[in-house]
Design a binder for this molecule. Structure first.
Ligand SMILES: [Zn+2]
Length: 456
């Protein structure tokens, strides 16, 4: 039989286009694979329908924006330029009209305007960006590109390089929304902090580090820090950053905790979460990050000298315990010992220099912050708690399965840091929510948010 698919588009003013054949199939019915549309049939049909719908919508938009928004005068045409709009159902070639600036707009500014730029600023459909970001966060870029090309008519645009550019663009937008780093996130004077109520519920943050191979130097590695916050009464969230590259680690964690607090008690003010306890979480996060890096080096030493490595790890454990219990004086002595030990090591461990430098920096950090070190353990026993207990499973979930899947995978610091931002969100299920905030229209098509609305 011959199957013909017709398409008719009716404009808002009621004028209907002629019904046009967009696809036709000759269907035999002899074997199982003959029955219904094949993948190739489906891709061809979707691409053909998409092309016509996009062109009709873009044509309508261009018509609506032909006249000057201020005075209503019709703007003169200055030709058009080609635009490739990348959608989930194929790349659509468009002619973006260029119009002369209206005389009423004065002489300042560009001589021509392109209305389509307001409608399609990035030339990529948000839903395509979303799926690209989601899949590339879960599997390597090339595998994600193959996967999309397997099921969608996107063969032309779905190469790993384009996909990576799109995903990093998404991550950069996320990064752009993060406020600036501050040494303190609490307003008011310390005396008032004690008056603030202790937040309800407890948030445990597990923190650990992992290594990935450096793009520029195949023999070198750099550190990723990942964490998982686990509130008592809310869904867990992930956090990830490249150590020594990220300029805003405290702000990053602060926003994570803030987001979780606000979700739980929507009516309650942010001030309740921003208590000294929350501030100490951030301070401890800073200390724990440094200790995590030092522990990674100590484990590296253990590969060359098991006895020495074990001794260093014990010292680090001791330092952590002392800091947790507010014993800054003894922690400082131990940090000095660690620095001397690291300096005195004679091994062919390739990161020995870096280890010695990090140990030196840590000793300086503890010394210069000795006055402000507090008894974290005691503070957290009553209110919010924090744990930097080695969350190996977090490293495994966030880093190993994507960043170190194969030995030869190499990363730039920027590329790894940005991908961590989409990956952590893809893993904890907040990526879709982010896109729905950026593109509110997407929420209409999301069955899960529709379900939530009904439930509420
Ligand atoms: Zn005008």
């Amino acid at each position: 039989m011959r199957v013909s698919i017709l398409l008719q588009i009716t404009a808002d003013d009621g004028t209907a286009s002629r019904a046009e054949e967009v696809a036709a199939f000759e269907k035999a019915t002899e074997r199982a694979e003959d029955v219904g549309l094949s993948l190739a049939d489906g891709k061809g049909l979707l691409a053909a329908v998409q092309r016509r719908i996009v062109q009709a919508q873009v044509g309508e938009w261009a018509g609506r924006h032909r006249c000057c928004a201020s005075c209503g005068a019709r703007r003169r045409s200055n030709g058009s330029y080609p635009v490739l709009f990348q959608t989930l159902y194929g790349d659509v070639q468009l002619a973006s009209p260029r119009l002369h600036r209206c005389a009423c707009q004065g002489k300042e500014g560009p001589a021509t305007v392109a209305p389509l730029r307001d409608l399609l600023p990035g030339h990529v459909a948000p839903e395509r960006l979303y799926l690209e970001a989601r899949w590339a966060s879960l599997v390597p870029y090339a595998a994600a590109a193959d996967l999309l090309a397997d099921v969608l008519p996107v063969a032309s645009g779905a190469n790993a390089t384009t996909l990576r550019q799109h995903v990093l663009r998404v991550a950069e937008r996320v990064e752009g929304e993060l406020g600036k780093e501050q040494s303190s996130f609490i307003d008011g004077c310390p005396a008032e902090w004690a008056e603030l109520p202790i937040p309800e519920g407890r948030i445990v943050v597990g923190l650990d580090g992992g290594y990935v191979r450096d793009w520029d130097d195949r023999k070198a590695n750099f550190e990723l820090i990942v964490g998982r916050s686990m509130p008592d009464d809310r869904d867990p969230r992930y956090i990830g950053l490249v150590h020594d590259y990220d300029q805003k680690p405290k702000r990053r964690l602060f926003e994570l905790l803030k987001g979780q607090g606000l979700q739980a008690n929507q009516g309650r003010a942010l001030t309740e979460l921003v208590t000294p306890e929350a501030e100490h979480v951030l301070d401890w996060f800073h200390i724990a990050m440094r200790l995590t890096v030092l522990e990674q080096y100590a484990r590296g030493v253990a590969h060359h000298d098991a006895h020495e490595g074990a001794r260093l790890l014990r010292t680090l454990e001791r330092i952590k315990w002392l800091l947790w219990h507010g014993n800054g004086h003894r922690a400082r002595q131990q940090a000095d010992d660690l620095r001397d030990d690291a300096k005195g090591l004679e091994l062919d461990y390739p990161h020995l220099g870096k280890f010695a430098r990090s140990a030196q920096e840590f000793a300086v950090y503890i010394t210069s912050n000795a006055g402000s070190l507090i008894n974290y353990g005691e503070r957290f026993r009553s209110g919010e708690r924090i744990s930097s207990a080695m969350a190996e499973s977090t490293v495994n979930a966030v880093v190993s399965k994507r960043f170190a899947k194969r030995q030869q995978m190499q990363w730039t610091r920027r590329g790894a840091h940005l991908l961590l931002q989409t990956r952590t969100r893809a893993l904890d299920g907040t990526l879709r929510r982010l896109f729905e905030r950026w593109y509110p229209g997407l929420a209409n098509d999301n069955p899960s948010s529709a379900g939530q609305a009904v439930a509420a």
